[in-house]
Design a protein. Structure first.
Length: 133
């Protein structure tokens, strides 16, 4: 049986407030990354289904696998669930990189609320799926 799972999540700024109930999110500044571990003894092709929302205006997001460009998508301020990949994951650890094309902004710049964090893309709930072989 094949298993692909997150090993850890680093480099994405955490927002302290839940959306509702157990649903949480993380804000990214200019860049972020996830380390993913394929624990199966063979390569798998997997897709990442993730809820993404741009801060204040549509923003382009570049997606990389192990420092190699994979995709570029437009993320809207209204947010939506997107499918990224497929990612070909050999056995072991991989780096999924995210780069915002447009510079991040602070909420204070937009609504003068004192929040000076530099934000670009909100990462919500995420789930891995094996791609069809």
């Amino acid at each position: 049986r094949r298993h692909t799972r997150f090993r850890n999540v680093t480099g994405v700024q955490t927002c302290a407030l839940p959306i509702s109930g157990a649903d949480t999110w993380r804000w990214m500044g200019s860049t972020g990354w996830w380390r993913v571990l394929n624990t199966s003894p063979e390569p798998v092709s997997a897709k990442l289904e993730i809820n993404l929302e741009a801060f204040a205006a549509p923003r382009h997001l570049r997606v990389e696998l192990d420092h190699q460009p994979l995709d570029s998508i437009l993320v809207t301020a209204a947010g939506s669930t997107r499918t990224l990949g497929p990612f070909l994951l050999t056995t072991g650890e991989h780096l999924i990189g995210f780069r915002a094309v447009e510079p991040p902004e602070s909420a204070d710049d937009r609504v003068h609320n004192g929040d000076t964090r530099r934000l670009s893309i909100r990462f919500g709930s995420a789930q891995w799926h094996l791609a069809q072989q």
